[in-house]
Design a binder for this molecule. Structure first.
Ligand code: BMA
Length: 339
């Protein structure tokens, strides 16, 4: 593979907007990796704001010609909090020192508005606003849902599911006229299992028609899996980056890989890559508060060039960035798919 996208490879169509200012670094000379790390990693240190113990597993989107996001900042009490942030270039970030104060979207939502904890956010533009999903403490972890127009005021809606659930990831458009979300039912602890399910909703409040998408497989994804960034719509299907966990004699190891899901029936898996795309091998992925974790929560895509920037948490301590071409990831999934 050359430094640039392979010439002559069939060009996957990407149903997203151009993003000419996407953060980008060319594939290092001599590397044939499908996904490669930023030389500037970690792009966000654990102590970017005065109160933070660690900043990781965070979500970013294009916003008004620049970038904005929701960040997991565990504080020095070791409470898990969500903070808003902004960036001119997607690499250097300013994060609000105060956590997001969720405003109830309606009087009923006020009943669940007592914030216990929030972590692992995802942000997804749908129709007219940025929806935020996160792992929300409500008698155990479940999927919180909210939205913002400006990354200043954030509104909270009803939780999507009963506890226990993690990794709620919205699709960026309605599917068959319904909002659509992937999630990972779990337990109240460091869950030793986990498969990805699909649910739909007419109103972003009532979620049903749950469908099994895919479960654990061998090796790096043998203990549990969970959806990562918002799926990318391509002519080959929804490109889903997801994390997979294996249990070693030293505990869980979090890597990430990719799969293609059917565009109109996303619970149908078209292809699923058997090898990982990135496993914790860099020092900032191997060493930190939780060693051996690479946990992706967001990606940016430039539909013109097919460039992709993947944001992931390193060792539950820092935010990292990696790069790929959508074309190459799609080809990787197809060529290395489970039969
Ligand atoms: C999961 C979540 C993630 C974390 C991972 C590894 O259960 O808590 O936020 O990155 O464990 O500790």
């Amino acid at each position: 593979m050359s430094n640039e996208r392979k010439s002559g490879s069939s060009r996957v169509r990407i149903a997203h907007s151009p993003l000419p200012n996407i953060p980008w670094e060319d594939r290092p000379a001599g590397s044939s990796a499908v996904v490669w790390r930023s030389a500037r990693n970690p792009i966000i240190p654990h102590d970017l704001i005065p109160t933070s113990n660690s900043i990781f597993n965070s979500a970013v989107v294009p916003y008004e010609g620049a970038f904005a996001g929701v960040f997991r900042c565990d504080d020095k009490r070791r409470e898990m909090q969500l903070h808003a942030g902004r960036s001119a270039d997607g690499v250097t970030w300013q994060i609000e020192p105060q956590r997001i104060q969720w405003v109830p979207d309606n009087p009923t939502a006020a009943e669940i508005n007592t914030f216990q904890y929030g972590y692992d956010p995802r942000v997804c533009w749908i129709e007219d606003r940025y929806y935020v999903t996160w792992c929300n403490g409500y008698h155990g972890p479940t999927i919180g849902v909210g939205y913002t127009y400006d990354f200043t005021t954030f509104y909270q809606m009803e939780n999507a599911y009963l506890p226990f659930n993690r990794n709620g990831v919205l699709f960026p458009r309605l599917i068959n006229g319904k909002y659509a979300m992937l999630s990972r039912p779990s337990d109240n602890g460091h869950t030793p299992f986990g498969d990805i399910y699909y649910s739909e909703s007419p109103d972003m409040t009532h979620w049903g028609r749950h469908r099994y998408v895919m479960g654990t497989k061998g090796g790096w994804q043998s203990t549990k899996i969970g959806a990562g960034p918002i799926p990318i719509e391509t002519s080959e299907g929804w490109l889903l980056i997801y994390h997979g966990v294996l249990t070693s004699c030293n505990g869980f190891v979090y890597s990430f890989g990719a799969a293609l899901l059917d565009l109109e029936q996303p619970w149908k898996v078209i292809a699923r890559g058997e090898p990982y795309l990135l496993a914790p091998q860099a020092p900032y992925e191997r060493t930190g508060d939780v060693p051996n974790v690479a946990f992706p929560c967001a990606s940016l895509v430039d539909a013109d060039t097919g460039r992709m920037a993947i944001y992931y948490g390193g060792a539950d301590t820092v935010v990292c960035l990696a790069f790929a071409y959508v074309d190459d990831v799609v080809e990787f999934v197809k060529e290395n798919a489970f039969s």
